[in-house]
Design a protein. Structure first.
Length: 547
């Protein structure tokens, strides 16, 4: 009963954190407030929540990774794929090896495999935290797209590397060849499992909806269950449940672009539910971190004492050293990647502008660690294969949590200053796509009205066709944003209701046709999928109001 009370208190803390952040005169990252509230809960209840690592992994990671794959802009992923792959895979491998050896050198009491595990779990970045920090400061959209794409892929690569390092620590053996072959299997099988399961579920759901109608509640529940099903199925066959959840989200986004994944009302309600799930899970994880910090700190102090350092301030030195190593490595990687890209472009005869050093520093500093790092490190096993305690577990969790906190504080303090008054070129690409989408959707809406007009005239041959034509003209004029005088003779109530019903059908036909065109344009790559998603959401709201 007390565990339920603590869980409810954590949810309440997540709600309170959003209010507190809005009330504070100085912008403070939301995760820091949630960590503080978690520590307050620990002081009130005087003991921590006991969660099995695998249960924690299953509860928190699949839906968050699924949502990342679902909502990340695919057009940005494809356009900047080289930069994203370099950051998401190349930088992660260098981080695991380089920072892993550095941690082992700095903390000899931490086994090398555990040091690699710590380096792997602090390699994924969190764009949600960066978005919260930069919400009041202009940041190039293309940079944010790169950060979002990097986060999606390095979540998977970092967590897979973390799993291999933990397995090596538990078993005491590691083979590079075996690990490489195993990685190919778990990655390919995990991606295939997530994609195939999502396709199968979506197809079945659509068939049932066409035959028996669509019920929003069950549709939303199915979308919530897909990431857990993909994760569990992949883990059952020995594949990566992490990659399965990501692949399920990406596949879901493409299924949505077909326009048949759900109706307007379902999409509106589903978006609200998933926003709530994302806020709740992220908030509860950071609250849980704060709630466990006191006990983690005590365990970390004990491990530091075993290394021969009696002063607990060595914990701060360790955390600062790891954070600085991550920042320096990221800065060097970004600078080198941009320099190589500029060199290749110049060799091809293209003009490659030189990036401002402050922008490079901002991209490096934007590598904030967050929810995925926290969720992953909390899954460290309690014991080794022989039953002995996992070495330096509390210290590893504490250092990972410290890196999260330090990176959040550093980004919240320095990012706005680095980006302030920075000469950032105006990005006209988004407005170009928006103009194309608006023009195409307007033309489609007008076609939809004409189709609805003909359909209504055929369905009601006893009615005067001019009535339908007049209403169609009015709706077309309103879509074209023409002014209307609105004056005329008072109409009887029955006639007015009939005209309103006709107008509603006309507008619904226009919305349906406009939405189909937007989906088609996104599928063919003519507009970004995130722009399509935003415009379809507005059309869904209009349809919901009309219905």
């Amino acid at each position: 009963m007390e565990s339920i009370s603590i869980a409810l208190a954590m949810m309440l803390a997540a709600v309170a954190s959003g209010l507190i952040v809005r009330m504070l005169p100085v912008p403070i990252p939301l995760p820091l407030v949630q960590i503080g509230l978690g520590a307050l809960i620990a002081g009130v209840f005087n003991h921590g929540v006991q969660l099995e690592p695998e249960i924690f992994f299953l509860l928190f990671l699949p839906p968050l990774l699924f949502l990342d794959g679902w909502r990340v802009p695919k057009e940005g992923l494809l356009r900047d794929k080289n930069s994203i792959i370099e950051l998401a895979f190349g930088l992660v491998i260098c981080t695991v090896v380089g920072v892993g050896f550095f941690i082992h050198w700095m903390i000899p009491a931490m086994p090398l495999a555990v040091a690699f595990a710590l380096a792997a779990i602090v390699s994924p970045t969190d764009p949600v935290a960066v978005s919260a920090i930069t919400s009041r400061v202009a940041i190039p959209k293309r940079v944010m797209h790169v950060l979002e794409g990097e986060s999606l892929l390095n979540d998977a690569s970092g967590l897979v590397a973390f799993r291999f390092a933990v397995a090596a620590a538990v078993t005491g053996t590691f083979s590079l060849t075996s690990a490489a072959l195993s990685f190919v299997w778990v990655a390919s099988a995990g991606l295939a499992t997530g994609a195939l399961l999502t396709v199968a579920v979506t197809w079945t759901k659509n068939q049932v909806s066409r035959r028996f109608g669509e019920e929003a509640g069950s549709q939303i529940l199915v979308s919530l269950l897909i990431p857990f099903g993909a994760y569990q199925l992949a883990e059952h066959i020995g594949a990566s449940g992490i990659l399965a959840a990501v692949a399920a989200g990406v596949t879901m986004s493409y299924a949505e672009l077909r326009g048949s994944a759900a109706g307007a009302t379902t999409r509106v309600q589903r978006a609200a539910v998933w926003n709530t799930v994302q806020f709740t899970l992220n908030g509860m994880m950071f609250v849980l971190l704060g709630e466990q910090l006191p006990s983690i700190l005590r365990g970390a102090v004990r491990v530091v004492a075993e290394t021969g350092h009696q002063n607990p301030w060595w914990l701060v030195i360790y955390a600062l050293g790891i954070t600085l190593a991550l920042a320096v490595l990221r800065f060097a990687w970004v600078w080198l990647s941009l320099a190589i890209g500029r060199f290749v472009a110049e060799r091809r005869g293209n003009v490659a502008p030189r990036a401002h050093p402050r922008l490079i520093a901002a991209i490096s500093l934007a590598g904030v660690r967050g929810a995925i790092t926290l969720a992953g490190v909390m899954t460290l096993p309690l014991t080794l294969g022989d039953g002995s305690p996992f070495p330096a577990r509390d210290l590893t969790i504490f250092l990972a949590a410290s890196v999260i906190i330090i990176s959040l504080v550093a980004a919240s303090f320095f990012l706005p200053r680095l980006l302030k008054n920075l000469d950032i070129p105006i990005e006209s690409e988004h407005h170009h796509y928006l103009d194309i989408a608006n023009q195409a959707s307007q033309e489609a809406a007008l076609r939809g009205i004409e189709q609805t007009l003909h359909r209504l005239v055929e369905m009601h041959p006893d009615k005067d066709p001019q009535i339908y034509a007049n209403v169609a003209t009015q709706v077309m004029d309103s879509i074209r944003r023409r002014t209307q005088d609105g004056e005329g003779q008072p109409l009887q109530a029955e006639v007015l209701r009939e005209l309103e019903a006709i107008e509603r059908e006309m507008r619904l036909g226009a919305i349906q046709e406009a939405r189909l065109v937007l989906f088609r344009m996104a599928r063919r790559g003519k507009i970004p999928d995130n722009l399509c998603r935003d415009m379809v959401a507005r059309l869904d709201l209009q349809e919901t109001r009309l219905r």
